[in-house]
Design a protein around this ligand. Structure first.
Ligand SMILES: [Zn+2]
Length: 63
């Protein structure tokens, strides 16, 4: 899939990333998040299902 970043000719690759989430009470990191990452500009896309899973993790995680 082609990168959606304006002017970037790159392609997204399927990768597993460490997703960083900034919250009012601190920063959370979630490892091994499946994402599409542009090899050129580093733009990252998470599937909507993935975002839902992350929300669930954040709700259940003790702070
Ligand atoms: Zn790109």
């Amino acid at each position: 899939m082609k990168c959606t970043f304006p002017g970037c000719p790159g392609e997204y690759e399927d990768k597993f990333i460490t997703h960083k989430i900034e919250q009012p009470d601190g920063v959370a990191y979630i490892d091994n998040v499946p994402a599409k990452v542009c090899g050129l500009c580093g733009d990252t896309i998470l599937a909507s299902e993935t975002l839902k899973v992350i929300e669930e993790i954040l709700k259940t995680e003790p702070t």
